[in-house]
Write a protein that binds this ligand. Structure first.
Ligand code: ADP
Length: 723
């Protein structure tokens, strides 16, 4: 085919294409003359081709386009296309002006696209986003902000003009501290509570979600700000209400429970069988009421973050054995078999002894409660990676799949005639979950209806640096004067009755002024203190007692309904106990506190628990106070808390051995005068014999506890004579 005919055909193809394309096309030559102006351009700009074709581009009468063309035609002009938006009547037109090379000179091509529909869609989407009550902030993959809706502007006081297009990671924008704490969510959503004070106090749940295209490509993320200020405030009010009501209920209950116990103990004279039976029913029900109130207080404490946890290494076997013991009488009666199982080499878990005990008891109690047919209840502990897992398995009624997910929420009870009959509040499991999660563990359940359930919880394995601090235990029936401070005379009388029975003399005070006067006057061995007083805050009184030289050494037991454990300890309280008062715990604590002041304290250190127990029992019987440590590190922790009068020390021990303890004690001026008696069954380490020379005496195992007690006595007597 001849060349000419070929060229003509191509030209016709191009013309046809230009006439039918949906984009307007304008080509401007190097001299600024319009060389191409297609039909769509005519239609979009509303200008006939004849008016502009072959003329200067200024005949387009579109100033924005003209300015862009002018810039591009300049020699050395930039090469990037320039985008402009034109509004012509109802129409929105997107124009792109791009340079092209025409025989070595600059020329320009303008493409026009009708964006009217797209613009309307964008406006509608923006209107929707603008009218949502939640704040929305959209980030591109580089964390530059591409959109902020009005709610975000209002809620977080953001200024879009200052932020749009800038790289401003969310955490920085909301003045949140560490960068890694709230990174954009690339692989899932994250929610975090954020408090801001500007422009006003607000609490917001900020949620981040990735924005992905239809093929899963990452386009950035969107942050949603949800204002929860009111919700949180209502929650807080609810917590305070629960807390106040519970306290108000607890005060009369302390009296009811205490006096029933006294009558049942025969303190008010003989009672007959019928009276005993009726009173037992009253007691059971007041106990249930106390439990319910304790649960509600626990929940309000957990929710308001006021729970005080004392983390220490826990021997789970011990804890399980104790819990199983507690339930023995109940399970004997109900026909359940309790089976504890734990390996001997189970590592210690890190947790709060009382609280973990509470969780364990709750799970065991449920296992018994929800197995009306009896059967066995296994309590099994094992190590799984860096966690200690405890599982309680019963052969009871079980739980259907659909209920399992909700079990750990507040007030949830499985709705069946059986559970209704059994009774309960549905609070226990939710408290357990919160406690375990606060301690860094998890809870869970495996169950099938009718076949039984396994409830489990896990706790982190305790690190080597976590050391138990041994408590000082006093000799039994220590005696002496106790000052009882309580604004409620009935409760003061109750405590008095308990203590008098234990062999103490009691002096009472009902307000702060009287308490301080009496403390100075009678110099009691221990003070029990309720921090709610009519003439001032009991915490102020505690501070005064600690600041007054005459009373600063007297141990104070905070005995209160509002038991702020953390604050009590910081102010120098020796211990704390919640009301309603547990009589046995009260007298043990008082005995221990009196003992630690009134009698010499012996620190017994040995990794053999049987030896420690034997020695402690013997020493207590002879009138000494004791602290039991099972390795050198625990001994050092005990020394930091209470200065003992003598140390009984084994040499071979895990964690920190006896030689190290001697060295530390004897080189520290604060402790170097404490006599040490070394107990050993092994060959002495010759290379460390110098260290051994620092100890006062050495006894070889096996020895009789009697013999050892005699040595302790003579050593302490010598010391007293010397001083
Ligand atoms: P409560 O026992 O006071 O109702 P919990 O929070 O301890 O409260 O338990 C919540 C619910 O979980 C119970 O009402 C019961 O329906 C179910 N549940 C708990 N433990 C067991 C168990 N071992 N077997 C069967 N159901 C149980």
């Amino acid at each position: 085919m001849p060349q000419k005919a070929d060229d003509r055909r191509s030209f016709l193809h191009i013309r046809a294409l230009m006439a039918t394309t949906s984009e307007g096309l304008i080509a401007v030559g190097p001299d600024g003359d319009v060389r191409v102006f297609n039909e769509t351009a005519e239609e979009l700009l509303g200008v006939p081709r004849s008016r502009v074709h072959g003329k200067l581009y200024t005949s387009l009468k579109q100033p924005k386009v003209e300015a862009a063309v002018e810039r591009l035609l300049r020699p050395k002009a930039r090469k990037e296309p320039i985008a402009v938006r034109l509004t012509l009547g109802d129409r929105v037109i997107a124009a792109t002006v791009a340079p092209y090379d025409c025989s070595g000179r600059r020329a320009a091509v303008v493409t026009l696209r009708d964006d009217t529909a797209l613009e309307a869609y964008r406006k509608r989407a923006e209107a929707i986003l603008a009218s949502t009550g939640d704040g929305l902030i959209v980030f591109d993959p580089e964390e530059a902000i591409t959109y902020i809706n009005p709610a975000a502007t209002m809620l977080a006081g953001l200024k879009p003009s200052k932020l749009l297009g800038k790289r401003t990671p969310l955490w920085e924008m909301l003045s949140m501290m560490p960068e890694d704490s709230f990174s954009p969510a690339i692989d899932g959503s994250q929610v975090r509570e954020v408090r801001i004070e500007e422009p006003e106090h607000r609490i917001m749940d900020v949620r981040t979600d990735p924005v992905l295209d239809d093929k899963g490509g990452y386009l950035g993320y969107v942050a949603t700000l949800h204002d929860v200020t009111a919700e949180r405030e209502v929650g807080q009010m609810k917590n305070e209400f629960v807390s106040t009501v519970s306290h108000e209920l607890r005060t009369p209950l302390t009296s009811i429970k205490g006096y029933i116990d006294l009558i049942l103990d025969g303190e008010a004279g003989e009672i007959n069988e019928i009276q005993r039976e009726f009173l037992s029913i009253v007691k059971q029900n007041s106990d249930r009421l106390v439990e319910l109130i304790n649960d509600m207080l626990d929940i309000s404490r957990i929710e308001s973050g006021r729970i005080h946890l004392k983390i220490q290494p826990l021997d789970m076997c011990d804890l399980i054995a104790g819990a199983v013991d507690t339930f023995q009488a109940v399970s004997d009666q109900s026909g359940h078999k309790l089976l504890p199982k734990a390996p001997h080499d189970l590592p210690k878990a890190a947790g709060d002894r009382d609280r973990v005990g509470q969780v364990l008891m709750n799970f065991i109690s449920n296992a018994i409660k929800y197995s009306p047919e009896g059967g066995s209840v296994t309590v099994k502990a094992k190590q799984e990676g860096d966690m200690v897992v405890v599982a309680i398995t019963d052969q009871g009624i079980g739980i259907a799949k659909e209920d399992q997910a909700k079990l750990f929420t507040k007030f949830y009870r499985v709705d069946s005639s059986l559970t209704r009959e059994i009774g309960g509040t549905g609070l226990g499991l939710s408290i357990c979950k919160s406690i375990i999660e606060l301690l860094g563990g998890k809870v869970g359940v495996k169950s099938s209806a009718g076949k039984g359930s396994t409830f489990w919880f896990s706790l982190p394995v305790a690190s080597k640096d976590l050391v138990r601090t041994p408590d000082v235990e006093g000799p039994a029936a220590a005696g002496g004067t106790v000052l009882v401070v309580d604004r409620d005379p009935e409760i003061a009388n109750l405590v008095e009755t308990y203590l008098v029975k234990q062999g103490y003399d009691v002096v009472k005070a009902h307000n702060a002024t009287e308490a301080l006067e009496k403390a100075i006057e009678v110099r009691p061995r221990v003070i029990t203190l309720d921090v709610m007083l009519d003439d001032g805050d009991g915490f102020d009184l505690l501070q005064k007692l600690k600041d007054t030289p005459e009373t600063s050494e007297i141990p104070v037991l905070v005995l209160s309904i509002v038991c702020d454990e953390g604050r009590s300890c910081r102010l120098g309280a020796a211990d704390y106990l919640e009301k309603p008062i547990d009589k046995a715990r009260l007298t043990t604590i008082i005995d221990d506190l009196v003992g630690s002041v009134a009698s010499p304290v012996v620190l017994v250190v040995d990794d053999d628990r049987n030896i420690v127990d034997l020695l402690c029992r013997n020493l207590k019987a002879k009138g000494y106070s004791v602290a039991a440590a099972y390795n050198g590190a625990e001994a050092m922790a005990a020394l930091r808390k209470k200065h003992p009068d003598l140390i009984l020390l084994d040499l071979q021990m895990p964690v920190m051995d006896g030689y190290q303890v001697i060295e530390k004690v004897k080189t520290d001026p604060a402790t170097k005068d404490i006599p040490i008696v070394v107990m050993t069954a092994h060959q002495i380490d010759r290379s460390r014999i110098d260290i051994l020379g620092l100890a006062q005496q050495k006894v070889d195992k096996p020895f009789s506890a009697e013999e050892l007690a005699r040595r302790v006595e003579s050593l302490l007597e010598n010391m007293l004579e010397e001083s």
